[in-house]
Write a protein of this length. Structure first.
Length: 278
């Protein structure tokens, strides 16, 4: 009986450790199946459908997507207008980190970097759930998506300002500013990684990676979750690779640094992304 109890404890420890550890990959391109992409684009089954390809912290980011999507199953609308009254809203709902408010949403709409940040924050809420963690004021205020008076936090101001800035905000915020993430190559990407896209059109997009996909004509595509005008806000989207100039993929590897990073760092905005050589 003692051996059986010891075995159960060991298995539980290994399971819990695996679920709260860095996501790994084998360096092979993750190509989705028809079954993976066959459902609705607006759903709350990301952890179920794509979680089989990514354990560790990424699984919690997928759960974070589901939490954000659940607030607006029709997408909630997409809007950008920083000079509008009321101002644009990164997310369409009031989001909190460990009970402390980060946004008093001025609108029910969202945009891309707000949605990816929402998946990040809700993922952290799942990671640190029931762990009796508290965030200190200086880290908390750096995470806020608004100033104390409710005004818009500008680009490159604190953590959210780096995430929301033009260019590779996932790298600015997660690697340079906080040390919470690690840059990986496109072939290593797994569902739940944060991906910034530089389009050939000159614009950009902040998303959460879901996988690569080939259609029945062998045309290659990228699948991700974000908020975009074409899907009326939060939704999965599949786009052909020939629209993409380069990407930046960042994986959450050190979530505990959310409690210890030093605010106020400056970042190098001149970094370049990776070509998709698939």
């Amino acid at each position: 009986m003692k051996l059986l109890i010891a075995l159960i404890i060991t298995l539980l420890f290994l399971f819990c450790t695996k679920e709260t550890s860095v996501t790994t990959d084998n360096g092979q391109w993750l190509v989705l199946t028809e079954e993976d992409i066959s459902g609705s684009r607006q759903h709350t089954k990301h952890a179920e459908i794509f979680g089989k390809y990514a354990g560790g912290y990424n699984k919690y980011i997928l759960k974070g997507i589901d939490k954000v999507q659940s607030t607006a199953m029709d997408g909630g609308g997409y809007f950008i207008g920083k000079d509008s009254i009321p101002t644009e809203s990164p997310l369409g709902y009031d989001i909190k980190f460990l009970g402390r408010p980060l946004l008093d949403a001025p609108r029910t709409t969202s945009y891309c970097s707000g949605s990816s940040f929402g998946a990040f924050i809700e993922g952290l809420n799942f990671i640190f759930e029931n762990k009796d963690k508290k965030i200190e004021d200086k880290q908390y205020y750096a995470l806020r998506m608004q100033e104390k008076d409710g005004g818009r936090r500008e680009d490159h101001v604190e953590f959210w300002g780096e995430w929301n800035a033009d260019g590779y905000g996932n790298h600015f915020a997660l690697i340079q500013y906080s040390g919470m993430g690690t840059r990986i190559k496109p072939n290593q990407a797994r569902p739940g990684d944060f991906l910034n896209i530089s389009w050939k059109s000159g614009l950009g997009h902040s998303v959460v990676f879901l996988g690569w996909y080939k259609d029945n004509k062998e045309k290659k595509h990228l699948m991700y979750w974000s908020s975009q005008r074409a899907t009326n806000g939060y939704s999965d989207q599949i786009v052909p690779l020939d629209r993409i100039k380069e990407v930046m993929v960042v994986r959450l590897t050190n979530p505990e640094r959310i409690f210890s990073f030093e605010p106020g760092k400056t970042v190098d905005t001149k970094i370049t992304g990776d070509k998709i050589d698939w």
